[in-house]
Ligand binder design. Structure first.
Ligand SMILES: Nc1nc2c(c(=O)[nH]1)N[C@H]1C(S)=C(S)[C@@H](COP(=O)(O)O)O[C@H]1N2
Ligand SMILES: [Mo]
Length: 223
């Protein structure tokens, strides 16, 4: 499936939601001006703790039957791949526990993820020497970008389960990215493609006023 198949979905997104988030970014809301480079506190500046896991997205929660679901890993790699769900589940599996920090100021501690680590994916596809960026493409038309070295961090996981149960559709099932060191908008739900690229490709929110990186400890909320 190419990116060009998806503008129809993006076209359905409520303009109002996008506008209000853009305004939040323009106004620099939620910025405290505090910096916690050493991670002295477990909770990053400007964040508050929640117990229940909120749902945030563009309002399209694609229904993805497992028998037709595919995940492609391609771009600047030696061995581009496309996995079926059964193939994905038969890859080496890992379990990581990490905290979620959403730019809208909620954080949730100790989330247990099961899935395939970025390290395993890198070993399979082998990025070419000039690959510098990783772009997640999702079934709802969403995209987001991270640097290759961020993708390669040992806690990054392409997850199918949370707290021992399959990810629900609203939280990005069957499979989503988890990039624990960055604000949660970098953790793309419903991923269909992981693209390796020489050039950076700012994603949906990065093009709408959000920071290109997303470090909660230095409050990289907006650009
Ligand atoms: N495909 C896709 N992934 C997405 C989004 C989205 O709209 N579409 N929203 C992002 C944002 S802004 C956040 S805060 C988290 C929310 O994930 P959750 O709904 O599981 O809490 O998903 C991120 N990943
Ligand atoms: Mo978000």
């Amino acid at each position: 499936m190419s990116d060009d198949n998806k503008p129809g979905l993006i076209g359905q997104i409520k303009d109002k939601l996008i506008r209000s988030k853009e305004k939040t970014a323009e106004a620099g809301r939620h910025l405290t001006g505090r910096v916690d480079n050493d991670h002295a506190n477990r909770l990053p500046p400007g964040q508050h703790l929640v117990d229940k896991w909120p749902v945030l997205d563009l309002g399209i929660q694609p229904e993805l039957p497992l028998d037709t679901w595919r995940l492609a890993v391609d771009g600047l790699v030696e061995h581009p791949l496309t996995w079926t769900f059964d193939e994905f589940m038969s890859l080496p599996q890992e379990r990581f526990v990490s905290d979620i920090h959403c730019v809208t100021t909620w954080s949730r501690y100790d989330n247990r993820w099961d899935g395939v680590s970025s390290k395993t994916i890198l070993d399979f596809v082998k990025p070419k020497a000039d690959a510098r960026h990783v772009i997640f493409h999702s079934y709802d038309g969403y995209t987001t970008n991270i640097k290759l070295e961020v993708f390669a961090e040992p806690d990054v996981i392409i997850a199918h389960s949370w707290e021992g149960a399959r990810l629900t559709r609203e939280h990005g099932g069957p499979v989503r990215a988890i990039v624990p060191q960055w604000y949660f908008w970098k953790s793309a739900k419903w991923i269909r493609r992981i693209e390796f690229s020489a050039t950076d490709k700012p994603g949906f929110w990065e093009e709408r006023g959000y920071h290109n990186e997303a470090d909660p400890w230095t409050e990289q909320r907006y650009s």
